[in-house]
Design a protein around this ligand. Structure first.
Ligand code: TXA
Ligand code: MG
Length: 346
């Protein structure tokens, strides 16, 4: 398949928006930026089109997709009830990086919802994506635009690397804003449950609806996750990733020791470091993920840094755990999945 790649950084070229909308309406696949990560979209009401997403990504078919809508008023066509909590949350956070799980209407295909009786819905704020949805007049099913298992794409070049030749069109809108996928919140229960942490934090949700709980899986891996997608190995770089937690100096010493040993054995080692620690590491390959005082910067760089390690063919990757407040909860959730939970506590 020939992929039409279009760069759309600081303008909203109407021709490109129209082309993307036409492709989606006729059953094609289009990749585009969102405020969270890049997405690969198809007409959510066309099962053949939706199936193509699973093929392009190599995604397991029991992992349901998020349906993206262009107006809040579209919601009632797809869900059977809109709880009060959801109304308040939509008012506060839509358009934006919050996905809500509702009981679904039959209009939502099994191909989109993975056979569940619920559906995930989000209204994005990224102006390119929002305009494409509105122009097309259809709901867009869209997962992250990476090959299944790889880190989610946060730059147009990541999408080209994974999906060139597998989709009809790629819109390169430059680096995304947040860099981690949306918060997924189940509002079908009395007390809403966070299934996937994101930039809309537990505290932010609670400030609107009172109590919110975390899927037990997020605290203790041994619990099965309520969200099908959370059970898969994810976000993983090719290199073997180890996360160290604990006293700053002890961790730096341990990582220096580990990279020294790997290098001695003839392997390529690399370290992911906060800007403040760059000079503390002796390894030849150290990548800066951002200042330890800026959780949002670290979040937005995580997936890129993992891909950069792959590009440098690093075989063993080491990092210290990041602060787990605010968006750091989501950053650490993705980092631990990328590491297959390989954690050393000192
Ligand atoms: O930020 C985002 O959410 C991005 C952009 C493109 O919008 N999309 C995204 O999609 O991350 P994806 O497919 O990579 O992740 C969707 C997550 C998966 O973990 C999936 O299992 C979960 O949402 N999910 C979808 N429908 C669900 C449902 N009915 N119940 C529980 N979890 C659901
Ligand atoms: Mg994904």
């Amino acid at each position: 398949m020939m992929t039409h790649i279009v760069k759309l950084e600081n303008n909203l070229d109407h021709k490109a928006i129209e082309e993307a909308a036409d492709l989606l309406k006729s059953g094609g696949l289009v990749a585009f930026p969102t405020e969270t990560v890049y997405g690969i979209g198809a007409n959510a009401l066309d099962s053949e089109a939706v199936k193509k997403i699973y093929i392009a990504k190599g995604r397991p078919s029991d992992n349901p997709l998020i349906t993206h809508i262009g107006h809040q008023s579209d919601l009632s066509q797809y869900v059977t009830e809109i709880p009060k909590s959801a109304q308040a949350l939509m008012k506060a956070f839509w358009p934006g990086p919050l996905t809500l799980i509702f009981k679904k209407q039959p209009s939502i295909l099994d191909a989109t919802s993975g056979g569940l009786d619920t559906v995930a819905i989000r209204m994005p704020s990224n102006p390119i994506f929002l305009r494409i949805i509105r122009e097309s007049g259809i709901p867009i099913a869209a997962p992250s635009a990476n090959i299944s298992g790889k880190p989610s794409p946060t730059h147009g070049s990541h999408v080209v690397e994974d999906l060139n030749g597998r989709v009809d069109m790629i819109i390169d809108g430059g680096p995304v804003d947040i860099g981690l996928e949306s918060t997924v919140l189940d509002v079908t229960q009395e007390v809403p449950i966070i299934l996937r942490p994101g930039s809309i934090t537990k505290e932010m949700l609670e400030s609107v609806v009172g109590k919110v709980t975390l899927d037990p899986h997020l605290k203790e891996e041994s619990h099965a996750p309520k969200s099908p997608g959370m059970k898969y190995k994810h976000y993983a770089p090719k290199g073997h990733l180890t996360v160290y937690k604990g006293n700053e100096e002890m961790v730096i010493d341990a990582i220096n020791e580990a990279t020294g040993q790997m290098t001695f054995k003839g392997h390529k080692a690399g370290v992911i470091a906060v800007s403040e620690h760059l000079s503390a590491y002796k390894c030849e390959t150290v990548i800066d993920i951002g200042s330890e005082t800026n959780e949002r910067e670290i979040a937005s760089n995580l997936f890129k840094v993992l891909r950069d390690m792959d590009a440098l063919e690093v075989e063993y990757i080491y990092t210290r755990a990041f602060t787990e407040s605010e968006i750091g909860v989501a950053t650490m959730n993705r980092l631990m999945k990328a590491a297959g939970n390989n954690l050393i506590v000192l």
